[in-house]
Design a binder for this molecule. Structure first.
Ligand SMILES: C[S@@+](CC[C@H](N)C(=O)[O-])C[C@H]1O[C@@H](n2cnc3c(N)ncnc32)[C@H](O)[C@@H]1O
Length: 206
């Protein structure tokens, strides 16, 4: 693996503040994304699915995969028998690659830096793996709770520096506002080769 290429790309993604730059970095990365992450030992989709599936017993549940990328999460959910999955991402190139799994009933554009064009209380469950970034600036978690049906779960992964940064305070605010009934947090592997863990956080909507 050309670590230098990948390190540079990932570093650019971490510091990028302009959404257009992030879109273009993912466009550049899309074709090699799966093989690069395999080499990194990226296990977040598998770990997230292990936590998510016991929360969603109905295989016909309408599931939203926020930041579906190349479709790994949809593929794994499909293998578990889920058949009503919508994938969304702001990268056309990543979404295009997600089509190959045939796991999604629909793939659509969404930008989580702003409010999404989805009605309140739409989804039975939401999953978002490897997507959370400080660029979401407080919009994303609130929006996912808004489009989730009452009483349902929203699971997302979150690297520790984001959790310690803006996520923990946001969760406090959302809970104080009565928008979250319960929060479950698990600290589990994320990238095996980097020995990096992430938090897998489930928000239960009241
Ligand atoms: C690291 S990939 C994770 C993809 C997939 N969930 C997985 O686990 O393999 C992050 C994805 O989030 C998408 N993304 C990043 N920022 C976004 C934003 N503001 N709006 C929508 N999608 C975004 C990227 O295009 C990319 O496909």
């Amino acid at each position: 693996m050309n670590n230098d290429r990948l390190d540079k790309l990932v570093n650019k993604l971490i510091i990028a503040t302009d959404p257009a730059e992030v879109v273009s970095l993912y466009a550049e990365w899309a074709e090699r994304y799966d093989s690069d992450l395999d080499e990194f030992g990226y296990v977040a989709p598998q770990i997230a699915i292990e936590a998510f599936t016991p929360l969603v017993m109905d295989k016909n549940a309408l599931i939203y995969d926020a930041g579906c990328g190349t479709g790994t999460v949809g593929k794994l959910l499909g293998e578990q028998g889920y058949n009503n999955i919508v994938g969304a991402d702001f990268s056309d190139e990543m979404r295009k690659l997600a089509e190959k799994f045939d796991a999604y009933t629909r793939l659509e554009y969404a930008d989580y830096g702003k409010a999404v064009d989805i009605k309140d209380d739409t989804y039975d469950a939401i999953i978002s793996v490897g997507v959370y970034t400080a660029r979401f600036e407080g919009v994303f978690l609130r929006e996912m709770l808004r489009i989730l049906k009452p009483g349902r779960p929203f699971l997302f992964s979150c690297r520790p520096h984001y959790f310690d940064g803006d996520v923990e305070p946001q969760l406090g605010t959302l809970k104080d506002e009565g928008l979250i009934a319960k929060i479950d947090i698990e600290d589990k592997p994320y990238m095996l080769k980097q020995q990096a863990n992430a938090y897998y956080i489930t928000l239960h909507k009241p």
